[in-house]
Design a protein around this ligand. Structure first.
Ligand code: VGL
Ligand code: ZN
Length: 243
């Protein structure tokens, strides 16, 4: 073999491969550098709540599968924030609040189009509680959203009227956090809107795809990925994180 001897374990990233001589180094030996989140990164665990788990009123298919994945991943983060969808009874996003409408219908509200959902994550109910198996004792903040009766909020940063802010961007900025990793439920709604708003607020945003599950109504999952990538969200897998 030409050039200096080099071990080529798959698990070891070829750090700075591009700045080294490539003599004798096959293309396939280039590994992407693993990401090692530090003090300026936070994991945002989105809406891992009973309503979105199998048996819940707005169950996301295989939603429970994210729980062990998130538990493992969270252990590597110094900073973890959880979100909770937190609606008052009779919330405007509930189909039951719109006579003649049914879940997954779409209506026009003052702030735009709104998908109507089954009643879910009602404040103080077991549906709104975090998944029992979620084991993230070092989480530093639980941010609740969707508590205004007449405005929905998929995003952890900004409500659906695109004006009302939750305070999360300021919290991160005060704490010197400039990079967020996002996991949870559902990929195509609360995860996607959180990631897009994170980018728009100036954060570097990664969505950890295999630590999320989607609802996928009418192609919403593909559309969400297109929008996320379009604004600069980075799509990664848990395997892209340093072990
Ligand atoms: C969500 C629909 C309604 C979510 C919340 O967490 O993705 N989806 N409310
Ligand atoms: Zn909701």
């Amino acid at each position: 073999m030409a050039g200096p001897q080099r071990h080529n374990h798959a698990a070891v990233p070829a750090a700075a491969a591009s700045s080294q001589t490539s003599a004798g180094r096959p293309e396939t030996a280039r590994h992407r550098q693993k990401l090692a989140p530090g003090a300026s990164s936070a994991l945002i665990v989105v809406d891992v709540q009973n309503s979105f788990l199998p048996g819940g009123s707005l169950a996301v298919k295989d939603g429970d599968e994210v729980v062990p994945v998130i538990n493992r991943m969270a252990a590597h983060f110094e900073n973890v924030v959880l979100t909770q969808d937190w609606h008052p009874a009779g919330h405007i996003s509930f189909a039951s609040s719109h006579p003649g409408k049914k879940p997954f219908d779409v209506v026009q509200l003052d702030y735009g189009m709104q998908v109507l959902w089954p009643d879910h994550c009602v404040q103080g109910t077991s549906g709104a509680a975090l998944a029992e198996g979620l084991d993230v004792p070092h989480a530093q903040l639980v941010i609740r959203k969707g508590f205004h009766a007449r405005i929905d909020s998929y995003s952890a940063f900004r409500e659906a009227d695109k004006k009302t802010r939750t305070g999360l961007a300021s919290y991160f900025k005060e704490r010197g956090i400039d990079t967020v990793f996002i996991a949870g439920l559902a990929t195509d709604f609360c995860v996607a809107w959180t990631a897009i708003d994170a980018c728009e607020a100036g954060f570097t945003a990664y969505v950890v795809e295999d630590a999320c599950r989607g609802i996928d109504v009418d192609g919403s999952l593909g559309k969400a990925w297109t929008e996320m990538i379009g604004v600069g969200v980075r799509r990664i897998q848990t395997d892209d994180l340093a072990p």
